[in-house]
Write a protein that binds this ligand. Structure first.
Ligand code: ADP
Length: 297
């Protein structure tokens, strides 16, 4: 499958441009859309799932404009929105059964089997009789992904799925997402959490203030930060001056002063050693320097 996003712009009523001329091609595999809150990620997701029309531009799936086959498009789609809510009166299994019926699975036997299979694969089988709204936050998110996957979609879109989860649930959810990737399936994961991307995605894009500012592999983004991550032992006075110049990403007390890591250009007066960058460093560095420094476009 191939999704082509061409010159996509969304201007909300009132004139606010949430997406500005976005061009992006997404192919099979796990794709991460990373950006700070307000970057335009949900807007892009809502256009992709045909809940919203762009102001300008097009989205093509395997060469066909999505608004021309919205019904079929929704059939091939599994969507977990950011603000996913459950009907309060349903047990977990009933909720999935309902989702399966909505997705057009008419055979009761087939539905029953599929619901059990999904409950097992998201680790909720023993909670199948619990009311959906009584599950913990992480379990709700897993039930949400189960409903998105119930009809074996070939395009899966999950919007900020790990927000608010504790670290253990976050890792569990990421593993669940990684396990879902099959050939001929696209999974798009939108997030403002760098760790979601580094542990799951082979392709990614960075969105900021409605503009696409990077599209490529996470590894390449990390390479671009090589030479811009530093570790230094500094005094309190040096710390005060350094923090106004560069983003300091970690601070550990050390013999009356601080051991810090920072990203960006090293000031000459600071004695520092280079550190191998990771995706988090690359993201901070990029966001601090924007396009001028990286010249990615
Ligand atoms: P993200 O998902 O990256 O946090 P969103 O797509 O939700 O970003 O929002 C992008 C920008 O568009 C934000 O500044 C937001 O306030 C604005 N926005 C979102 N929805 C609407 C709307 N219905 N009307 C006006 N502005 C909106």
């Amino acid at each position: 499958m191939k999704i082509e996003i061409k010159n996509l712009t969304k201007t909300y009523t009132g004139g606010f441009k949430a997406l500005d001329n976005v061009d992006l091609t997404i192919t099979d595999g796990m794709f991460g859309l990373l950006g700070p809150n307000g970057a335009g990620k949900s807007t892009l997701m809502r256009i992709l799932v045909t809940l919203m029309q762009p102001t300008e531009g097009q989205v093509l799936v395997d060469g066909k404009e999505i608004s021309s086959f919205r019904k079929e498009m929704r059939k091939m789609l599994g969507y977990l929105p950011q603000d996913f809510r459950f009907f309060s009166k349903l047990r977990s299994w009933e909720f999935l059964d309902y989702a399966a019926r909505l997705a057009g699975m008419n055979s009761k036997r087939e539905r029953g089997e599929r619901v059990e299979e999904m409950l097992e694969s998201v680790g909720l089988y023993e909670f199948r009789n619990r009311m959906a709204n009584k599950l913990s936050g992480g379990m709700k998110r897993r039930l949400g992904i189960a409903q998105a996957l119930i009809a074996r979609p070939s395009l899966i879109i999950v919007d900020e799925p790990t927000t608010g989860l504790d670290p253990e649930e976050r890792i569990r959810f990421r593993n669940l997402l990684s396990d879902m990737g099959h050939s001929d399936t696209i999974i798009i994961l939108s997030t403002h959490i760098v760790g979601d991307i580094s542990s799951t995605c082979n392709q990614m894009a960075l969105l900021n203030e409605g503009s696409l500012i990077y599209n490529g592999t996470p590894d390449h983004l990390v390479e671009l930060a090589d030479g811009y991550v530093w570790r230094a032992e500094i005094s309190q006075a040096e710390y005060e001056s350094l923090k106004s110049e560069v983003p300091i990403i970690s601070t550990i007390p050390s013999g009356g002063g601080w051991e810090v890591q920072f990203v960006g250009e090293k000031p000459d007066r600071i004695d520092a050693v280079r550190v191998d960058p990771n995706l988090e460093h690359a993201y901070v560095h990029y966001m601090d320097n924007k396009l001028e420094h990286w010249n990615l476009k």
